[in-house]
Ligand binder design. Structure first.
Ligand code: HEC
Length: 258
């Protein structure tokens, strides 16, 4: 009797093991949601959704073999420096706890095959594109800069997203220099943004109250002056950051500047 039960469990787990979908639900879905994330459920997540994980992985790691190897390694030995996800997101969630002892490498092979074949789904990419577009419009609307060309990178944002990555390889000295640059940049721009917002509001009010265009000319000139100042801070931030980074690091962050 005992033997029959044992046999059944062994056979059962074998069938189970060959099913990547069942395994991912059992071993990974407690943290990584497998459904397409929506704005409403986003804040309750313990980890990035599987769609997002695979989106980043396929963006950075090319070829099925390399993807499988990355998953096999990361699930046992997670480390922020290896992560393909944005460093600030990893910091937000905390690094993934190692799943050594909770999932075997055989099971992981099935799981990763399933992950690679399934994610990211089309609908997720569509949603993501829409979110990014909306973010861009909002950023543009609130931008204190005169130049909003895509060719001028947002250095502090780029750095935050890649802060801990081994591929960028920031040294501690570089990090502390970059933190100072970031602090000065953000501090300066925050102050100007507030003044610009206030003036823009005043100008809109005046237009609403049918005041003459001439009556707001001074304010418009003031907005231009403040935006010039903010733009210069932005350019200085780029120049100062470039001075801290090595050529190789710039090439990693800004492949389009090559
Ligand atoms: C206890 C919660 C938890 C479980 C269980 C879990 N993960 Fe994660 N995982 C996380 C968190 C948190 C992150 C984001 C931080 C990070 O990247 O380390 C993450 C990130 C990842 C990443 C992205 C790595 C990167 O580049 O940042 C992969 C791949 C991954 N998990 C695979 C898996 C697989 C496969 C399973 C199931 C075998 C699994 N995880 C189970 C919490 C979990």
């Amino acid at each position: 009797m005992k033997n029959i039960v044992l046999l059944m469990t062994v056979a059962g787990s074998f069938v189970f093991a060959s099913n990547g979908e069942a395994l991912i639900k059992e071993k990974c879905a407690t943290c990584h949601t497998l459904s397409i994330p929506t704005m409403e459920i986003l804040p309750s997540f313990k980890a990035p959704p599987m769609d997002a994980v695979m989106f980043h992985m396929k963006d950075v790691i090319k070829g099925e073999k390399n993807l499988k190897a990355f998953i096999a390694d990361y699930v046992y030995n997670p480390d922020v420096s290896k992560s393909v996800c944005e460093s600030n997101k990893v910091q937000k969630f905390g690094v993934m706890p190692s799943q050594k002892g909770k999932v075997t490498q055989e099971e992981l092979a099935f799981i990763s095959d399933y992950m690679i074949a399934t994610y990211p789904r089309k609908k997720f990419i569509q949603n993501l594109k829409e979110i990014l577009k909306n973010d861009e419009i909002t950023a543009l609307r609130n931008s204190p800069f005169l130049i909003n060309s895509e060719n001028l990178p947002h250095m502090t944002k780029l750095l935050i997203q890649n802060w801990d990555k081994a591929k960028l390889g920031l040294s501690d000295v570089q990090k502390s220099q970059l933190i100072v640059i970031r602090k000065n940049t953000i501090g300066g721009i925050k102050k100007l943004k507030k003044q610009i917002k206030f003036l823009e509001f005043e100008i809109a009010e005046a237009m609403r109250d049918r005041e003459s265009v001439e009556s707001v000319e001074k304010e418009v000139e003031e907005v231009a002056k403040l935006k010039t100042e903010a733009t210069m801070i932005h350019l200085k931030c780029i120049a100062n950051t470039m001075a801290v980074l090595k050529d190789k690091q710039v090439a990693f962050l800004l492949p389009m500047w090559e």
